[in-house]
Design a protein around this ligand. Structure first.
Ligand SMILES: *Cc1c(COP(=O)(O)O)cnc(C)c1O
Length: 401
């Protein structure tokens, strides 16, 4: 009999989205005439930019003749894409060498797999509430996690506690689910803390393209000293609509090295390269062709137009909440709007509010409880729907309270 990885027993049932689906199904079965509007989804809805579609077609055509056919590609990605991403960083004032960039099938895989580079006995800081992948992937290895509370008091932007030591720090900015964004001063404090503690920051910037204020950092590498303490995960999922097409990239600086117990210097860039080339055979050539088109002038313009569409939806939601006097976070540099649940029958419980909103306004959102203990009285709405539905949902919301 195989001995199993019993750490899987300690994982919480990932029931959030299945529970939402089953409650919505029950409602629509009982009320077939009611139009339900879904503002709970964390998935984009607009199609890929035309420029990307043409590049994908070119990629497919290349596979049709032996002169241009591509077999196994470089595990860390084709040079044409890594050079393009390096240039994209440069345009945003950040210096990242192509050798520091690893192309992947998305940021979920990379943020999940990176834990393999670290031993079991580290002090790992994870914000609460946050994207559940960081927690679950560490639990699978039996690693224990220290939570940092995101609260109204700190604008859902936990800051380092200088009296507590950490080895590994997960940060997500703009944040999923709260939409909160760290400014440069706050990120500098995290970088200084990491350098002092000889810690590593694992920085998820999947939503960087939603940042419209040039003063806000879109990359941890905009902060001095970060090349010695940070890894950055990015994705084309939300930037360019690649949730189904799959492409992301991770930056592991060459300066990032730590001393092992035998005194040897170990480079995280070399370790990640070893890990990826052993367990991953690269993102498909076709997808990488499409990904490179995102960073062309026309590709970027089309992406910006799509992002502006979502940002307008976010504003519709935010304006309604502001009008109702409901305090909210996010919605400006993020597709997510996060607010404290209005009281329903004397309770702010996010699942109770979910049922109330579904039953009385036929609007579906995401209960904050699904993102951590500190989310239990909060609610997430997303701007990834279409504009007409977003307007209608918020008109219904407006009439509720
Ligand atoms: C959507 C999302 C990602 C992107 O994941 P992909 O695997 O690239 O689709 C990464 N991090 C966060 C926090 C997200 O919400």
């Amino acid at each position: 009999m195989p001995k199993l990885n019993e750490n899987y027993q300690s994982l919480k049932e990932s029931y959030l989205f299945s529970e939402i689906a089953s409650r919505v199904n029950a409602y629509t079965t009982a009320n077939p005439d009611k139009k339900v509007i879904r503002l709970g989804i964390g998935d984009v809805t607009l199609p890929l930019p035309n420029k990307v579609i043409s590049a994908l077609h070119e990629g497919v055509d290349a596979m049709a003749s032996s002169e241009t056919f591509k077999g196994y590609g470089p595990e860390r990605g084709y040079d044409f894409l890594r050079n393009t991403i390096s240039d994209y960083y440069k345009e945003n004032g950040v210096c990242v060498d192509p050798d520091e960039i690893f192309i992947s099938d998305g940021a979920k895989s990379d943020t999940g797999n990176i834990t393999e580079l670290f031993a079991v006995d580290n002090t790992i800081l994870v914000p609460d509430p946050v994207y559940p992948v960081y927690v679950d992937t560490n639990m699978m290895f039996g690693k224990s996690i220290t939570y940092m509370a995101g609260t109204v008091e700190n604008d859902f932007l936990p800051m380092p506690d200088k009296n507590v030591h950490a080895d590994i720090i997960y940060l997500c900015s703009p944040n999923n689910p709260t939409g909160a964004v760290y400014n440069k001063v706050q990120l500098k404090e995290w970088v200084d803390y990491a350098l002092e503690n000889d810690a590593v920051i694992l920085f998820d910037s999947a939503y960087e393209a939603f940042i419209s204020d040039p003063e806000l950092p879109r990359s941890i590498f905009a902060i001095e000293g970060s090349k010695k303490c940070a890894v950055e995960f990015c994705s084309l999922s939300k930037t360019a609509g690649f949730t189904g097409t799959r492409c992301g990239y991770t930056v592991v600086p060459k300066d990032l090295a730590f001393t092992a117990s035998n005194g040897k210097e170990m480079s995280l860039n070399a370790m990640w390269n070893r890990r990826q080339s052993t367990k991953f055979n690269g993102t498909s050539y076709i997808v990488q062709k499409g990904a490179a088109a995102v960073f062309t002038k026309e590709g970027m313009e089309e992406c910006r137009k799509n992002l502006a569409y979502y940002q307008e939806n976010a504003k519709i939601i935010a304006d309604c909440l502001a009008k109702k006097g409901i305090r909210f976070f996010g919605g400006i540099h993020s597709p997510y709007i996060w607010f404290e649940c209005p009281e329903v029958e004397g309770s702010r419980d996010s699942w109770k509010f979910f049922d109330y909103l579904l039953n009385n306004a036929q609007v579906v959102g995401t209960p904050g409880a699904g993102f951590g203990e500190n989310g239990k009285n909060f609610f997430r709405l997303t701007s990834f729907g279409n504009k007409e539905n977003t307007i209608e949902a918020m008109e219904r919301f407006d009439k509720l309270f």
